[in-house]
Write a protein that binds this ligand. Structure first.
Ligand SMILES: [Zn+2]
Length: 457
């Protein structure tokens, strides 16, 4: 059914970045039909269902290019803050992932999808740590988010869901054929990455993504550890080694890419390889983005960069506007360049530039006729928005995802007045609490509290 949003301030993110003050968007389940003046489009589309969004800001659905759908969502804010490098992974993430049942995967993915949508994020790229892809897809579909999905990919000797190279590639192929490109949920080749894949798997996965016409993602160099390990093992830095294996290219989305040297930055740019940049995770975990990160430079030199929120214990909230603010702040502070890389450029990474980096700019990332109707309404009233200023500054610096009130994905309204239209949120939160209790029981992990908790009922 045709719908029309009227009298909103429409931030189109089209090539000239037009903001239509008091404008309208007409759309249906096949995509956006028209964007323009409220009076003209109301007169032209008398059969459309009208949503009056007076006083609101309307933006494209945002893109989160690196998000763990499972594992962390059920132990949010449980992993201690002050741990040595690696402990969060080996003492927490690995056993928690290993103990996940298919039902845990579905609850965790539903929570992640819901959190994304309520923050105005409509496209989410799964990060490469899913054991039961069809259950994760069920959770994403239940909430109504657009996104990609993969399956656990590493061929190391120990670790949950590890397997020999050929078996890992077979699993990846199966997921991509089960969730074909172009659907609301599409299969990608996903490796854990880091130094946790053989050369055969790195090259084979890249070849597979090219052969199947899909994309590939993997973790690389959030800290200096990957460069050290690759230098030891191969004599080359990680991106130089991936280049030697023929793995770089526009089909590849590297998560992080914080610790890159000059040659690696040049290779990322010349190969068209994209990067998912998760600034909060590096700040939260003390990984050195303010020392080594060159994402702003990569963007300014024409590179493909999207923003990500990473995991519920590393980056924490699935709010890409928070990531945008951190990205702009780090770009300016680290380089002492207050005249470059502001809110508007950061919002591009959250929308059209991010969509381009994940290979979906033909479908999402801007409000233009022909694109999918992934649309977000921000309630631009209340203290964060009053009085109104420049809309780019207000979206990135002045507010965050908590202003989001209504969201459509593929022309279907999935959030209305701040609540899911698709899932029973209270039942979901209760299921998540149950799943967490059971997961902690099975793993024997106890959540430490820093401050004394005194029973006082
Ligand atoms: Zn990650």
């Amino acid at each position: 059914m045709k719908q029309i949003l009227v009298r909103g301030d429409v931030v189109t993110m089209n090539p000239t970045r037009d903001v239509l003050v008091g404008g309208a968007v007409v759309f249906d389940e096949d995509g956006i039909v028209a964007v323009g003046s409220t009076s003209a489009l109301l007169a032209e589309h008398t059969d459309a269902q009208v949503h009056d969004v007076s006083g609101c800001v309307v933006t494209p659905g945002m893109v989160n290019a690196h998000q763990h759908h499972t594992g962390d969502p059920l132990v949010r804010s449980c992993i201690p803050d002050l741990l040595p490098p690696g402990a969060a992974i080996f003492e927490w993430a690995v056993p928690i992932h290993a103990a996940h049942t298919p039902a845990d995967d579905e609850v965790a993915a539903t929570i992640t999808a819901l959190e994304s949508l309520r923050n105005g994020v409509t496209t989410v790229i799964e990060a490469g740590t899913v054991a039961h892809p069809e259950w994760v897809a069920a959770g994403m579909s239940a909430a109504g988010v657009r996104g990609t999905i993969g399956v656990w990919g590493w061929d190391i000797e120990v670790g949950p869901f590890a397997a020999p190279c050929d078996e890992v590639l077979d699993r990846q192929r199966a997921v991509v054929s089960q969730f074909p490109a172009g659907g609301l949920i599409e299969g990608w080749v996903t490796l854990v990455g880091h130094d946790l894949a053989s050369d055969a798997l790195l090259a084979g996965a890249s070849d597979l993504a090219r052969e199947l016409g899909t994309s590939m993602t993997m973790h690389l160099s959030p800290t200096s550890s990957d460069p050290e390990r690759y230098l030891e093992r191969t004599g080359r830095r990680p991106v130089v080694h991936l280049d030697a294996l023929g793995a770089l290219g526009p089909h590849l989305l590297l998560a992080h890419g914080v610790w890159l040297d000059d040659d690696e930055v040049d290779l990322v740019l010349s190969s068209g390889t994209a990067i998912a940049y998760c600034p909060w995770a590096y700040l939260r975990l003390g990984q050195g983005v303010t020392v080594a990160g060159r994402h702003a430079e990569i963007v300014e030199r024409g590179g493909r960069v999207a923003l990500g929120c990473d995991a519920s214990n590393a980056g924490d909230t699935g709010d890409i506007l928070r990531a945008a603010a951190a990205a702009a702040g780090i770009a300016r502070d680290r380089r002492l360049l207050p005249e470059q890389f502001g809110a508007h450029q950061a919002f591009e990474l959250a929308t059209i530039a991010g969509a381009e980096a994940v290979g979906m700019a033909d479908r999402v990332g801007s409000l233009e006729p022909g694109k999918q109707a992934d649309i977000v309404v921000h309630r631009a009233s209340g203290w964060g928005w009053s009085p109104r200023g420049d809309v780019g500054l207000q979206l990135v610096w002045g507010t965050d995802g908590r202003s989001v009130s209504d969201v459509w994905v593929g022309g279907r309204q999935v959030i209305a007045d701040g609540r899911s239209t698709q899932v029973d949120e209270d039942a979901l939160y209760a299921a998540a609490a149950d799943a967490q209790r059971s997961l902690l029981d099975r793993t024997g992990i106890q959540v430490p509290h820093v401050w004394p908790h005194i029973p006082s009922a």
